[in-house]
Design a protein. Structure first.
Length: 348
């Protein structure tokens, strides 16, 4: 008889199915935390089910968004501080959804790595679940891909997919007009855009991620990993108050590029930079790179993470609704005839 040779396994090729199964079991409690009306099935199936009628919609229009976290991931990987990067992932998707007037309903994630480390992966996905809890949407599915040879040791990538809904006829932007008041909501830091430049400036500074932050408490890496602010609950409260004509999520491209995206042809914006103080992190970045004001305003959020265009007669009520929802609100300008964004004052 011919002696059987030991057969090669998937694990020998670098893919550990058991680790993947262990991860699913580990994150099930986190996913359950995100349950909301409309969720029909938990993790583990080939697809996820959601009942729009159970969520309270009569004539819904679906809205979808997808995004990632960009090279902010590099800081999380290098520092090992991965607990909040999932919040960034959710925020980048749901903050976009709410700008259309939609309520985020559910979220799916894609997590890819060269070798699955269950503990680190669980911390990342638990962060995603926390972002979902804060934005009132359900984490109902996702994909964990272990791909040896595609990523260096310890590296990983993230992508997110959010689906929301609104009743037909409620889409934003709508009815934006000359004289609309611009209300700015404070950011929590750099959020998740511009990190290729941030990392370059940190390299030029000669500081390591564990160095004392030049603009705040704790290590520099920790300070730059402050998670993106989730604006869903306050934005929906503002919409419910009435008079909100548009919302602009200030991401890559800064105020200069993002605010015009929600303004109709023939209308622009006047923004007074003296209406808020440039946060310390941006002061440091600006000084470190000797950056021009115009470059800052088209690269970073500069302290304003979301802008609402509001009917002037309802601006006071919307302002109050946003503050009641925990936002720091600044009246930063108005809609005017023209194109693009014009600035008054200075970031300095």
């Amino acid at each position: 008889m011919t002696e059987k040779k030991n057969g090669i396994t998937y694990a020998d090729a670098g893919v550990d199915i058991d680790a993947g199964n262990a991860l699913v079991e580990r994150i099930k409690p986190a996913a359950r935390r995100t349950n909301r009306p409309g969720v029909m099935a938990g993790l583990g199936g080939f697809g996820a089910l959601f009942d729009l009628k159970a969520a309270g919609y009569r004539d819904p229009v679906l809205v979808a968004a997808t995004d990632g976290v960009g090279t902010k991931l590099r800081i999380a990987i290098d520092t090992g501080k991965v607990d909040t990067i999932g919040i960034d992932l959710v925020a980048m998707c749901v903050n976009d959804l709410v700008c259309q007037g939609a309520e985020p309903l559910f979220f799916l994630d894609y997590f890819a790595t060269g070798k699955l480390e269950t503990e680190a992966a669980a911390r990342i996905i638990e962060g995603i679940a926390e972002g979902c809890v804060q934005s009132r949407c359900a984490l109902i599915g996702g994909e964990t891909a272990e791909m040896p040879g595609m990523y260096h040791d310890g590296d990983f990538d993230l992508a997110g997919f959010a689906v929301g809904a609104m009743e037909r006829g409620a889409a934003l932007p709508a009815n934006v007009a000359v004289g609309d008041v611009l209300l700015g909501l404070a950011s929590s830091g750099v959020h998740s855009n511009g990190y290729s430049l941030v990392r370059k400036l940190v390299e030029l500074s000669g500081l390591g991620w564990d160095a004392a932050s030049p603009f705040g408490d704790g290590p520099l890496g920790d300070a730059l990993l402050a998670p993106t602010r989730l604006y869903v609950a306050p934005a929906l409260a503002a919409i419910a108050a009435g008079g909100v004509h548009a919302l602009a999520h200030i991401t890559g491209g800064g105020i200069t590029e993002n605010l015009p995206r929600v303004l109709p042809e023939g209308l622009g914006a006047l923004v007074d930079l003296d209406e808020w103080a440039l946060p310390p992190v941006f002061r440091w970045l600006m000084a470190q790179g000797g950056m021009e004001e115009a470059e800052m305003l088209k690269t970073f959020n500069c302290g304003i993470g979301m802008i609402l265009a509001v009917a002037p007669e309802q601006a006071k009520a919307v302002h109050a609704a946003l503050e009641a929802a925990g936002e720091q609100v600044m009246q930063i300008g108005r809609v005017q005839a023209g194109e693009g964004v014009s600035y008054l004052g200075s970031l300095a």
